[in-house]
Design a protein around this ligand. Structure first.
Ligand code: GDP
Length: 367
């Protein structure tokens, strides 16, 4: 071999030719590492309608994406799936952290799946962008369900504003239904505004409560109780049973003070134990009865119509805002107007009027 060190002046030293460097350590792995090409919208829709979980997941990822290109594809897939959606029970589940949502969803989910069908567990957690990685809808929190072949669990999209997060979950519901998921759970934390968002996309709203020191009604906002179609007191086990029963009586009497909700259904209050799996069929029996009731009196479809209308206006609001605030001219003008307002050179109202006039006169909007 021709190598300087093989020269006769270096006696006793020979350099042998080595083994050629392979192009890749494992050619099979190299191939696999490459990201699969994005399926077409037609392929996505076809896959979803067949119940293909990979295609469903990829479509949900498109829905959650911030890229305009992905959004356009997502909207196309949603439109095509829409005729196949709607055939599910959409159930919202809320409760403060520690109330036992994940433990309960695990057992409720398995209970529901016993009678066949498929279950999707979605979540709305507007804080997930801050916490990086959502705690809601997390597979590790629903150990048994996550192993079930007919369960699809997806954590909350982290899209910034609550409106944005909620819209994405709403769109994911359409995709899941088209994929044959006839039970949809939407989980949210029982604090803040996210309950309203969940309420705007579900047929039944379940509030998980805990028995506490006897004054549990104080901590819960009236608005949330008014939204609930059912209140369930968890951890009714061991020496907590009596306290749970007491809480049940208190909630029942508190509910009596509220006017009958538009559904005509008086919310029921039950106790159960998610951990020890006590009282689960009873909770489900209540939900079954609710669906029979509202389907018979027409409220079920009325509520869905209202929700569809609500989401149309929500989406318009959302788009208008984002177009407006992302307009380069508006951005510039806003910065200038903000300075003027802070220097008391212009009132907030005329400044706002000027920016809106600029945008709607076509100067900004046409760009
Ligand atoms: P989440 O934050 O609402 O999702 O609540 P988790 O499901 O994580 O439950 C919070 C804690 O309460 C965990 O330590 C659970 O083991 C416990 N827990 C949940 N359900 C029950 C129950 O029915 N009885 C008892 N005693 N503990 C429970």
């Amino acid at each position: 071999m021709n190598h300087p060190e093989n020269d006769s002046q270096y006696i006793g030293l020979t350099v042998n030719s080595g083994v050629a460097q392979p192009p890749s350590v494992n050619p099979y792995l190299a191939g696999r590492r490459r990201r699969k090409p994005m399926p077409t919208t037609g392929e996505l829709v076809e896959g979803i309608l067949k119940g293909d979980v990979t295609m469903l997941s990829r479509a949900v990822t498109l829905v959650e994406s911030r890229s305009h290109e992905h959004q356009a594809l997502a909207q196309e897939v949603i439109e095509k799936c829409l005729p196949y959606s709607g055939n599910s029970r959409r159930i919202g589940i809320t409760g403060v952290p520690g109330a036992g949502k994940s433990t309960s969803i695990d057992v409720f989910g398995l209970h529901v799946l016993k009678s066949g069908g498929k279950l999707a567990v979605l979540a709305i957690d507007p804080s997930s962008e801050l916490t990086k990685g959502s705690i809601l809808g997390d597979k590790t929190r629903m150990e048994k369900l996550s192993l079930h072949p007919d369960a699809f669990i997806r954590p909350s999209p982290s899209a910034g504003s609550l409106g944005g997060v909620a819209r994405k979950t709403r769109e994911t519901i359409v995709l899941c239904e088209a994929a044959g998921y006839n039970n949809i759970f939407v989980e949210t934390v029982g604090v803040g505004q996210s309950e309203t968002a969940v309420h705007s996309m579900v047929d039944f709203f379940l509030l998980i409560q805990l028995a506490g020191t006897g004054d549990e009604l104080q901590g819960i906002k009236r608005g949330i109780m008014e939204m609930a179609d059912g209140i369930v007191i968890n951890k009714a086990d061991g020496d907590n049973i009596d306290r749970a029963r007491l809480a049940q009586a208190q909630f029942k009497s508190a509910l009596r003070l509220f006017p009958t909700p538009p559904s005509g259904w008086t919310p029921e209050v039950l106790t159960y134990s998610g951990y020890f799996e006590l009282g689960i069929p009873e909770v489900w029996d209540m939900i079954d009865r609710y669906f029979d009731f509202v389907k018979a009196n027409g409220y079920f479809s009325r509520r869905r119509d209202e929700q569809a209308r609500y989401w149309m206006y929500e989406t318009i609001d959302d788009r208008l805002r984002s177009r407006f605030y992302n307009d380069p001219g508006v951005k510039e003008l806003l910065a200038e107007k903000e300075r003027r307002v802070l220097d008391s050179r212009q009132s907030s109202f005329t400044a706002a009027r000027d920016v809106l006039d600029y945008y709607f006169s076509g100067l900004g909007a046409k760009k």
